[in-house]
Design a protein around this ligand. Structure first.
Ligand SMILES: O=C(O)CCC(=O)C(=O)O
Ligand SMILES: [Fe+2]
Length: 364
């Protein structure tokens, strides 16, 4: 097997945790905005979390250790754990504060109040009526087109809706700029675009996942245990003076919906190179796994999060895509540390098994 993944092609594991707060004019009102500080209840929770951690560690310590060695070890890991926990909690606090600032100062006082602005209500999202009908009638083949094994496309939104969504994203970015609020970028790899969940779209995207992505995913990815119960929804943006491409990666998702919103652009195809579990994520892609998808405004592409992909360089214009990463906690729990499950979906496991059966191709 030739090693097609070159050094620059190392598959990245994208992450969506990147929460920071920055100085803004709203910080003057910090005393009003500040979130309730630690209460007795919080302290109790903390103690119980720490006790659980201690129980877990002590139950896994070797019986051969002396009492002093056990105690030394426990103190060391406990101090690491406390540091990590403090850091995570501080990040969470900052994130909550950031969201609160947006809610009170952008969504709360703006003429584009979610309750009056049609875009913030899922019933006003202009979804393709044929798609809705197909889902209601369980007749998916009338709308879903499999363009490559495991990769599906379908008409999702009308172009006018895509334009309206772009206008609102631009409006939010402009407000952030004017008010010294940082726009939290989509994930650890995309440097432009915005997280839609952060400014009022969270309920709409939850509906998009439950009413659209989940029925489609149930139909085409039967091995992913439903329900899809959490999401991360954002818009990525590429243009000649911003990011032009996105490196090879797997998503922090079980199922991903990616819809092109616009604008005008050339290039920017989505390259796919095989579904892999964590253990095999860096293995080469096979020639029959290579696939290039051409984005089309209003059309969605559905794939599993572990279908490795990258966005090719745009050669002109601006491309904005709505991305919805969806996770199933049941599927996550089943797969966590369970290699047997990967046979159901990791192509490398399946290829190796097939090679093994036919035993005429050497594998590692
Ligand atoms: O640019 C695209 O179409 C894909 C973006 C993507 O894969 C991601 O943000 O996870
Ligand atoms: Fe991705």
């Amino acid at each position: 097997m030739d090693n097609k993944i070159q050094e620059e092609e190392k598959v990245k594991i994208i992450d969506n945790k990147k929460y920071h707060q920055q100085e803004s004019k709203f910080n003057e009102h910090d005393h009003e905005n500040s979130l309730s500080s630690s209460s007795a209840e919080e302290e109790e929770n903390e103690n119980s979390a720490e006790q659980q951690f201690i129980n877990y560690i002590t139950s896994h310590l070797s019986d051969h250790l002396t009492v002093e060695e056990r105690s030394d070890y426990l103190q060391k890991v406990l101090s690491q754990w406390r540091k990590h926990r403090k850091h995570t909690q501080e990040e969470q606090q900052m994130y909550k504060k950031y969201i609160k600032t947006i809610k009170e100062n952008y969504l709360g006082t703006n003429s584009l109040l979610p309750s009056v602005h049609p875009l913030y209500q899922f019933q006003n999202w202009k979804l393709n009526p044929k798609l809705i009908q197909a889902i209601n009638e369980n007749n998916f083949d009338s709308v879903l087109v499999q363009v490559h094994p495991g990769i599906y496309t379908f008409e999702c939104f009308d172009e006018e809706f895509c334009q309206q969504l772009i206008a609102e994203i631009n409006h939010f970015e402009k407000w952030c700029l004017e008010n010294g609020i940082r726009v939290q970028r989509p994930n650890s790899m995309n440097n432009y675009g915005a997280i839609l969940d952060n400014f009022g779209f969270e309920p709409c995207l939850q509906d998009l996942m439950t009413h659209i992505v989940e029925p489609l995913a149930k139909h085409v990815y039967s091995y992913i245990t439903p329900p899809l119960d959490s999401h991360h929804g954002f818009v990525v943006e590429y243009s000649m003076n911003k990011d032009k491409k996105l490196d090879f990666h797997v998503d922090n998702a079980d199922v991903t919906l990616n819809v092109c919103l616009g604008q005008e652009f050339t290039g920017g195809q989505l390259y796919f190179g095989g579904v892999r579990c964590q253990e095999h994520v860096q293995t080469p892609s096979l020639p029959n796994e290579d696939f290039y998808f051409d984005h089309k405004i209003g059309y969605g592409v559905l794939h599993v999060g572990k279908h490795r992909h990258r966005a090719c360089e745009i050669t002109s214009g601006t491309r904005l895509n709505l991305i919805l990463w969806c996770l199933s906690s049941k599927f996550q729990a089943e797969n966590c540390g369970n290699h047997k499950m990967c046979y159901k979906w990791c192509a490398y496991h399946q290829i190796n098994e097939c090679f093994h059966k036919n035993s005429h191709v050497k594998h590692d």
